[in-house]
Design a protein around this ligand. Structure first.
Ligand code: ATP
Length: 153
């Protein structure tokens, strides 16, 4: 489906802002790019990132939307506990949780990001994470603006 990225993100974010009682700032630089995506899958991906940003930080959450010729890049940034470099490659693995003692009180299962990875793969979306331990994390989705073949039409 061909959908406006900002509108889709706004609808997810405004629902979660009420639940979290936290600001989610969306910055698209005034642009209004469309993406070719399955909306429920996209919403679930966004939710997983935003839920984690909420759990592992206590400040506002930023969502940035950027575009290149062919892609839309959506980045969810928090300014929370961050992820140690040695754990960054493992967080998309099922049941993996960084330092169980440290994160225990948030009570996650370690499944969210493995589901996100699977969802992204199934929907031709690239997923990646960057983080600075104790400073915060950015989770990124890169998706196509258009289908690259006629078969998918
Ligand atoms: P749930 O399945 O309920 O989401 P979870 O948060 O433990 O539980 P994942 O979403 O898969 O599971 O995340 C895996 C681990 O990666 C987390 O336990 C946490 O240690 C780390 N992590 C994920 N997102 C962040 C973030 N934004 N900041 C810091 N650490 C994070």
């Amino acid at each position: 489906e061909y959908v406006p990225a900002v509108k889709l993100i706004e609808s997810v974010a405004s629902r979660l802002e009420k639940v979290f009682k936290r600001n989610i700032n969306i910055d698209s630089g005034g642009k209004n790019p469309y993406v070719y995506v399955n909306p429920p899958a996209f919403e679930q991906l966004l939710r997983i990132f935003l839920d984690n940003a909420y759990k592992y930080s206590s400040d506002d959450i930023d969502v940035n939307i950027d575009e290149t010729d062919k892609s839309i890049i959506i980045a969810v940034t928090d300014y929370g506990i961050g992820i140690p470099k040695e754990d960054l490659n493992e967080i998309f693995t099922r049941f993996y949780r960084v330092d169980k003692a440290r994160t225990r009180k948030t009570g996650g299962s370690g499944l969210g990001l493995s589901i996100a990875k699977q969802l992204a793969e199934n929907n031709d979306i690239e997923i990646s994470a960057e983080s600075i331990f104790t400073e915060g994390s950015t989770f990124t989705l890169t998706m196509k603006k258009e289908t690259d073949n006629d078969e998918a039409e």
